[in-house]
Structure formats: C-alpha cells, structure tokens
Design a protein around this ligand. Sequence first.
Ligand SMILES: Cc1ncc(COP(=O)(O)O)c(C=O)c1O
Length: 378
Amino acid sequence: MIPFAKPIVGDEEIEAVKRVLRSGMLAEGKIARQFEGEFAKYVGTKFATVTSNGTTALSTALEALGLQPGDEVITSPFTFIASANAIAMLGAVPIFVDIKRDTYNIDPDLIEGAITARTKAIMPIHIFGMPADMKRIMEIASKHDLLVIEDACQAHGASIDDKMVGSFGHAGTYSFYATKNMMTGEGGMVTTNDEEMLDRMLSIKNHGRGKQGGYSHFRVGYNSRMLDMVAAIGLEQLKRMPEVVRKRRKTAQMYNNLFSEYDSVRPQVADKGFESGYHLYAPRLHSDKMSRDQMVQTLRNNGVGSRAVYAIPCHKQNTYLDISEWRWAKYINYPDYSKVSLPISEEVGATHFDIPVHPMLTEDEIEYISSAFRKILD
Ligand SMILES: Cc1ncc(COP(=O)(O)O)c(C=O)c1O
C-alpha cells in the first residue's frame, strides 16, 4: 500500500534530539527560542511562540484575544474538529459559515451576513494547505472591527502573492503533528506581529507567569509549552521546507494535469496568486459510475492509500448535534447546530477524497497512482 502520509525523519533530526538529550536541558528553553526565531522569519512575522500542539496554538491565540463566554467566532465547518472545538472550549460560540465549492475555504461573500453584535473574531482555515481569501477577510474584519486568527495548521509554506499565510491576521496557528508538511510528532506554533498579544500568549501557555518567570502568577494559565527535544526536530524540519513544498506542488501539478482529462474528478482550485502547500491533495468525485466511498475503496484495493478526511463537517458531528453536555450549555445561547444547513460544506464533505501527495512518494509510485486512476476512470 502506498501510504497516505509519511513523515521524513533523517539523521539530522535524530542527531538534533540526541544533542538536546545530552545537554540535559529538555524542557522549553534555548532551542525553542531558536525555533521560534527561525519560524517567524520563515512566515514573515515579528514574533512566534511554540506550543505543545496545534490545538493549544489555537486556544492560546483565541484566549489572548480576550474572548468572553458567548462571544461569537465566525469559522468554516469544513475542517478538522479541533478548529471549532478550540473556540467552544473557551465558552465562545463557533458560527459556521459555508465554503466555496472550488477552494473548500470560507466564502467571504457569506461572512458579513453572519456578523452580529456578539461577533468578536473571524477564524479562516487554510484547508488542505490552500490559502483562504485573506485580503477579503482582512477587509471585512477591519470594516467591522473584528480580530482574525488564521488556522494555518495545515498550511506550512502556503502563500498569497508571495506573502505566507499566518502573517495576515492578528495571529496564525500551526500544527506540527506527525503527518504535517513539517512535523515534530506533536507540536504547534503561533505567529503574530503584535507584541502585546505575544506577551499575553507567553503567559497563557505558561501557568499565567509574567515575563520574569518564577513563581509569580498573573492569570489562570495552562501548560502548553514545547519540549526543546521537539523544537530541535522542528528546526531540522524547517530546513527541509523549501524542498518539501516544491515536491508537494510538483506532484499536485501532475495530478491536476491528469484530472484535467476527466470531468468526473475536480481538484481544489487555487485562485490567482494563491499557492497551496498541498498538505493534502483532495479532489471531488462527480461520477455516475461510482460513489466517493467506492472510489476510496477501489483505490485502497489497488494499493493506493486514500480516505475522505472531512466526510462529516463540524456542524454534522455528534459533538455539535447534541450540545447538552457542554460546560456552558446552560448559560449561553448557542445556535441549534442540528438545524444548521451548509450545503456546499456538506457537498464537498460527501464528494472529496484524499490521495497521497507527501514528499516521500517516488516517481514510480506517482506513476503507479496515475495509472491506477486511468484504469478506474477510463
Ligand atoms: C485545520 C487544523 N486545525 C487544528 C489542528 C490541531 O492540531 P493538532 O493536531 O496539532 O492539535 C489540526 C490538526 O490536524 C488541523 O488540521
């Protein structure tokens, strides 16, 4: 089976971890500071701060906005559940807005219709690595005085007109989970240009401590720190990024060329100037011959790792269909998510499927996947 995802772990990563282990300084420290500096440079922001994973990157950034229980955050339902849950865990209210069929990202034309007196922020998600329309979103946010957190957890290396995602909003969040474009097993990062926001985040992720550290505490905080061992892997992975992204884009282009011959398979579309990092390659299937689930199974039967990652968009997950157990359910007026209808998200959920695009794919494997498709589709 050609695996769906495969992390790159080289001697460089192994040696980097050994160096940290031998140093005896394992917790977040010097190496994490270096990783933050290099990552901020890569994304083009003034600051970055490491976190324990992408979910804590989101919750740290959202909490630093000063969200109050009942505040609304507009976001996309076509994502990994962690995006919406990071909002809900704070007692804020995820307001799901539908996506565009071709990009799978939040539809800017629908955002203003979802803004209410309680809206505090917009959280676009650069899904599968494809940038959301940040120029439009920032215009809407500034017109309505809203804050913007970019969920770039899947979008390392993605850009709009050569400006990296994660540098448009008030903060950008990244995940370094094992399958991501750059990975540390578990890990996360928040990028920002706002020093006050950075200071709040440093405190939130470190038990509410102040800048001087020690045992004075100024707010209720968490422990969302990253080990230096993990940061050491991140530094090595960051060096690989230009080549990783180049390979992912090349493979995606080959798939795009292949599917341009078949009306039944429609790839995710990049708007002009938008460059996906292709964390995932996920076209939609519109065919009378077979269902999406049959396509996934047929690919697997042919030895090609495939799945449909967000077949159930967030608002259709059991978590949202029944919120009676939620901590804040008695106190906050949530929308009745079971009545929310977002037809495009549901359609893309029902039609997309994912195929391997990771940089460990060999030319032979890509050729094999292409010929498997020709056999299935011709
Ligand atoms: C869009 C998105 N947001 C948030 C997360 C959460 O990241 P993590 O798994 O590192 O907590 C992920 C992880 O897969 C993700 O894909």
